[in-house]
Design a protein. Sequence first.
Length: 72
Amino acid sequence: MGMKKWIVTGGLIIWASIAGAQCSICTKTASQLGKESAEGLNGGIVYLMMVPFVIGGYIGYRWWKQEKSSAS
């Protein structure tokens, strides 16, 4: 897969996670908390979800860069 396809795929994953970051139980809980608390809960979920993606992306980038330099 080309680099552009990886970027587009990663962007779609991030967009999808931000659009609907709550599971059904969290959605029900958030609806009972009120608007501000629900937005805070959703922001926390997105933040916790993004950390593994950023770490994985960094590791993948370093691996890709090392493989590209060793192939040259």
